[in-house]
Design a protein around this ligand. Structure first.
Ligand code: ATP
Length: 761
């Protein structure tokens, strides 16, 4: 990103004759200043003290940072100069330039999209009581727009963002329990399920539900693509519950039939998502007693015996491929039952049918299609093409995601030709699995409700530029702007998640970590604590991409990409954790100079289809400039927190290493402290070979004494106890001559003292 623009505000007392210019690389600090007349400033009356020398400050006058006095050359009125902070367009120019060169990217990306972007000028829609009252048919998901007011006042940001998604706004106190759900009638949804939808306050189907549910109810295989947070879970969940309802009614009439076999298997790529799928389906089920579905969860990290017990009389199985296959492979009776399932759902299909899960998904599919009477041999794929379709007539296959790479999408739509069974590359292996899905129809119905833009309606996207070494500083500053709200921070590695979680906790931000090396119970606890409504609203979840797919946590206002995601798909899914179910949300990429090329390519890819469809060159991306005054004020606390974190983590690591070395020395029968042992075992780590430098750094950081660490913590605590003063003289405040309440009111979030501009999206 070239030279960094520095614009530190100046501390000049009113009345100073000296005017300064702060010059930094290629930029003069006052080039963008604005001159104000005396009457343009918001003067406040102050009560003068009885004795002038009690006044403090500059004879009772206010000192305001970042404001200079401009004296006229001759006679004339004094004016004042201040520095409004404006977004810098540089990166946008780069992005637009990059678009021209775009197309040769290796990121697999189909660039779908659909929806009209949310216009800045959309009139605010108030979530008033009448909106949720009975017989309001206009509450369709696509019509519920962000509750957004456009004012230029500082900290409006916080008022801009709804605390709850629009749908929650329908649940205000004092309103009737049920909502009119007649909009579901044309889809063929039964009264029992409609009662649930009414209780859950889902007055009308979302576009994907509207398009796909009738097709699924009619017995078709469906491949559904719709934006993140658009209600795909219920799109397949409702028809499964409908099937169970009818099955149970039938059984009631004919009590000889048994319902002991599961009717559906739903596969999910992550444990957290599996939990959530179960919850969403159970929510509908809970209000529909006549369905009374038993849903069992099969995910790793939890007791396998317990899951096996639950399986015995489960109607719906939701699980991750690894655990599902583990359980299936242990129980032939279960495999037999599973061959009778009526629905196979592959959620987040592009993820499930690729990397990591391939083996297990293949095993599961093989076992579902194997027959005891010599039907389809387990490992003879040559027969797949010839097998009679009636073989699998009983099973419907439903495949969903917000993203499908181009090749896969074409194949799914039946336009492409399957290439052989060569498992050499990713695409071929995915095609192989698709073939194994054994759709009951020649061509499954492909439903794409967002062919132009796969980003959610209410999402605003931005980029913050900073040096690689300053990402922590910018991350913390971004979070300060959003205190009082939920934020999700994505990093590309487990070690970064660990470090950032501690770093933020040291700074008093209630951060929780989530990554795949955590114990399952701790993972669930993190998600639960983060999403619990009683949790402090400004909680932050720092996660790897394990949280990128499917997680539906209400009230996430901000997604921060601390590291640029590795693929465009990943960017779409990560960003999709906010702006769900019609709510507004923001996604911000923290971008270092070395990441610019990747970012420009990624941004151009994600928005390519929307741009060409709308015939525009503009990408809906904003370059955001954080207030330099905040950056400079928080720098000391950030560097302290970094040092504390590094030292704490290094101590933990060294102590684990020491334990390991001690037991290695014991086993070898040598003295742990001997030089010979150190040279033999730790020689590599001591600077010879890879990782030596890191080891040295860890050693240094870990060598900080407990007393030093305690002193740093005390200093940090002291810094944190003060609010970040943006342009208000502490001396003046302590003199008691200012309306402190008014100043405090100027900042909603309690972090700043003084007026802070919003992030200009
Ligand atoms: N018809 C509806 N009306 C209002 N809210 C709905 C409706 N259907 C689903 N929702 C809510 O919308 C939210 C998002 O749904 P869901 O998690 O199924 O999205 P998704 O499309 O699967 O997203 P992702 O692609 O990120 O997995 C959920 O909180 C769900 O309860």
């Amino acid at each position: 990103m070239g030279a960094k623009r520095q614009r530190e505000s100046q501390r000049l007392p009113v009345g100073s004759k000296k005017r300064q210019k702060v010059e930094t690389a290629g930029h003069e600090s006052d080039s963008s200043d604005r001159v104000f007349n005396i009457d343009e400033l918001n003067w406040k009356k102050v009560q003068l003290p009885d004795r002038l020398d009690d006044a403090g400050g500059f004879f009772g006058l206010e000192e305001i940072e970042g404001v200079e006095v401009v004296r006229p050359k001759g006679k004339g009125q004094i004016k004042f100069k201040a520095t409004p902070i404006k977004p810098i367009q540089s990166i946008l120019k780069r992005i637009h330039r990059a678009e021209a060169k775009e197309n040769d990217s290796d990121v697999e990306w189909s660039g779908f999209s659909d929806d009209k972007p949310v216009k800045e000028s959309q009139s605010p829609i108030k979530a008033d009581a009448s909106r949720s009252g009975p017989r309001k048919k206009d509450t369709e998901m696509e019509k519920v727009k962000p509750q957004r007011t456009c004012t230029a006042s500082g900290n409006q940001l916080h008022r801009d963002i709804q605390r709850k998604p629009s749908f929650s706004a329908l649940q205000e106190d004092g309103e009737a329990d049920d909502v009119d759900v007649s909009a579901w009638d044309p889809l063929g949804v039964s009264p029992s399920i409609q009662t649930s939808l009414s209780k859950l306050k889902f007055p009308s189907p979302t576009p994907i539900q509207k398009a796909a549910i009738p097709q699924i109810l009619a017995g078709h295989d469906v491949i559904g693509k719709a934006a993140t947070g658009s209600g795909k879970t219920l799109t397949f969940g409702i028809p499964i519950l409908e099937y169970l309802l009818h099955q149970k009614k039938g059984n009631h009439a004919n009590s000889n039939q048994s319902t002991a076999s599961p009717v559906a298997l739903i596969l999910s790529p992550t444990r957290e998502l599996a939990h959530q799928l179960l919850k969403h389906i159970s929510d509908i089920n809970a209000h529909a007693p006549s369905v009374d579905a038993r849903v069992a969860l099969l995910t790793g990290g939890l007791s396998i015996q317990k899951q096996q017990r639950l399986l015995v009389d489960a109607d719906i199985l939701v699980g991750t491929p690894g655990r599902v296959w583990e359980i299936l492979s242990m129980d032939h009776g279960l495999i037999k039952k599973m061959k009778q399932i009526k629905f196979l759902v592959v959620d987040e299909a592009d993820r499930l049918l690729s990397e990591g899960h391939f083996q297990e998904v293949e095993e599961i599919l093989n076992s579902l299609d194997r027959t005891a009477d010599g039907g389809l041999p387990e490992d003879d794929d040559s027969q797949l093409d010839d097998k009679p379709k009636s073989f699998l007539q009983h099973r419907q296959t439903l495949v969903f995601s917000a993203t499908f790479h181009k090749g896969l999408q074409q194949k799914l739509a039946g336009k492409g030709r399957f290439i052989g069974d060569d498992l050499m590359d990713k695409q071929a292996s995915m095609e192989y699995l698709l073939k194994k899905l054994n759709f009951r129809e020649e061509r499954p119905i492909f439903i794409d409700v967002n062919p132009v833009s796969q980003m959610a309606h209410g999402l605003r996207e931005g980029i913050v530029e900073c040096a690689a070494g300053e990402k922590d500083l910018y991350l913390y500053t971004l979070l300060l702007y959003h205190l009082g709200y939920r934020a999700l921070v994505f990093a590309n590695s487990i070690s970064s998640v660990r470090r950032l979680t501690q770093f933020l906790q040291n700074l008093g931000i209630p951060a929780l970590g989530l990554h795949s090396s955590m114990e399952q119970k701790a993972r669930l606890r993190s998600v639960e604590r983060f999403s619990a409504s009683s949790a402090s609203a400004n909680s932050v979840l720092v996660a790897t991409d394990v949280a990128a797919r499917g997680l539906d946590i209400r009230g996430i206002d901000l997604v921060i990409h601390y590291h640029v995601p590795r693929t465009a798909d990943s960017y779409v899914h990560r960003s999709g954790r906010t702006a769900r179910a019609g709510a507004p949300g923001k996604s911000v990429l923290v971008c270092a100079p070395e990441e610019v090329v990747g970012v420009t390519r990624l941004v151009a890819k994600v928005h390519a289809a929307a741009k060409s469809k709308q015939n525009t060159k503009r990408i809906p991306f904003d370059s955001l400039e954080l207030d330099r005054r905040i950056i400079s004020r928080v720098r000391p606390r950030v560097s302290l927190s970094k040092r504390i974190t590094e030292s704490t983590l290094a101590k933990e690591k060294l102590s684990t290493e020491n334990d390991w070395l001690r037991s290695a020395a014991e086993e070898l029968g040598v003295d742990y402290d001997s030089e010979e042992f150190e040279q033999q075992v730790c020689g590599k780590a001591k600077g010879r070979g890879r990782g030596g430098g890191r080891h040295q750094r860890d050693k240094q950081a870990g060598a900080i004494s407990k007393a030093e660490l305690a002193a740093m913590r005390a200093e940090l605590k002291q810094l944190l106890s003060r609010r970040i003063n943006i342009g208000v003289s502490e001396r003046y405040i302590t003199s008691g001559r200012v309306d402190i309440d008014a100043i405090l009111r100027g900042s909603d979030n309690g972090a700043f003292l003084g007026q802070v501009d919003t992030l200009d999206f």
